[in-house]
Design a protein around this ligand. Sequence first.
Ligand code: SAH
Length: 533
Amino acid sequence: MRPARRRQGKDIPHSMDNGKVYLVGAGPGDPGLITVRGRQLLDECDAVVYDRLVPLELVVSLPARVERHYVGKISGKHALDQSQINELLAQLARQGLKVVRLKGGDPLVFGRGGEEALHLKECGVPFELVPGVTAGLAASACCGIPVTHRGRSVQVIMVTAHEAPDKQELQVSWDWLAQSRGGTLVGYMGVTQLPYVVERLLAGGMDPATPAAMIERGATPRQRIVSGTLVDLPRRVQEAAISPPALFIIGDVVALHRELEWVQPGVMAGLKVMVTRPSDQAGEMYALLRGLGAYVLPCPTIATREQDDQAAWEALAPLFGERTPHPPGWLILTSENGVRYFLKQFLKRYDYRALAAFRLAAVGAGTDRELAARGLKADFIPSRATTEALGRELAARMAAEPSGPVLRVRGNLGDDHVERALASAGARVHVLPVYATFTASWDAGLHTHLDRNPPDVITFTSGSSCSGLVDLLGSDRARELADRALIASIGPTTSRVIREAGLKVDLEAETHSVPGLVAALEQHYRASGAAPR
Ligand code: SAH
């Protein structure tokens, strides 16, 4: 990863040499449909400038050092106009930043990417164009409609159905399109204009029985398709209350949809599930939920920051090393983050052999998994997955057998059950904080997305993820969202915090882990029948 070249310390003058803008297609809505090149640029960039139709997960999961600029519509406010966006891109590049301009679908298909590139060219800012999967092709593929097909379609025309109010703009030749045979017409931005478009095509001589469909949110778990014939499509679209983003497809290939439809709706099909976990630890949960057909709302309410206290490490130095004190001590790890940050800091200074003086005590499924991923195994796991049980049971064990020093690794939050129980059992406890948890910050893009997509389910995988939501939204708004949703908690400690915040708990996982929580949701929706859309 490259460090950002500015805003670290004092203002350093930057040459424009390194600044560059990458106009990247984010694909149609599924975060998996960005190109490998696009993903790689996101991983390396210093700033991202993005629109409303970009899958939020791509932005939310960027490291904190990446500047985020949301330039899409914001409810009740003016969005930036195109010239302001052009200028923002040039400005960021002039500061020497590697900028990803992330756009829904393909940046050059009704995406105004060409205008942005021309502006950059005029300003002498280098740029690169990275194509994406455009919505028309993705939505048709995800509904089993091949846009070309032997004997049915030898041409594809992509058209914008949005009539520009400015009469100087080019106009679509609907009459000409109505006359063309043996092709597929893909219409972007056409929900409100559909009746007009159909009227023009019929007036131009297109067969009223031509197969036609409208696809809403294609290639996402909330995809819906309405199909019929050209003449009855507007009525069907209205009855189904299709809303943007949606596009229409007209042509004989649409009939293949019935035979080639392949998307299997999962048990949570179309449900909007808010995930409040820190974004750098949420990938697995996003994927599991998506596997059940859920539409993930990535809303990390907390984040963690490493705390590497050099003085504390120096003071602990006598505990690490080849000379194994007899009897061995205990290294206590109670969270996934504890393992991650502790080992990162430890391995900067030592290697694993320097842990020989310790046995490992751990609590929690996430902690175990993180240890296992690094080839480590806990020697002691309490009978219940709480820090209280760990403190009590380990204290009992230490009373029965002699023990060396205890190293308790932790973050800044949570209880001190472990250190208190062990100290009162006579152990010498060293406490080493290795990270801090804080409330995440949300940009306008995230707030807007949540306003437009209120969750059906809200998940909490820690007490702090719930407190974080209340901090970010205020308790009234948090309660308003929670009242309309099913609240799912990872376990009793988290549930307690949720209730203390004045919210209800509808579902608590039996196995207190991310897969356990997702399994509980799956079971719930399987039992309650089809999920609503
Ligand atoms: N550059 C984008 C298009 C931007 S124009 C691309 O290449 O896909 C915005 C229009 O795209 C919307 O009005 C809608 O017609 C269409 N669109 C975008 N995402 C869509 C989706 N997931 N399903 C259906 N239509 C979509």
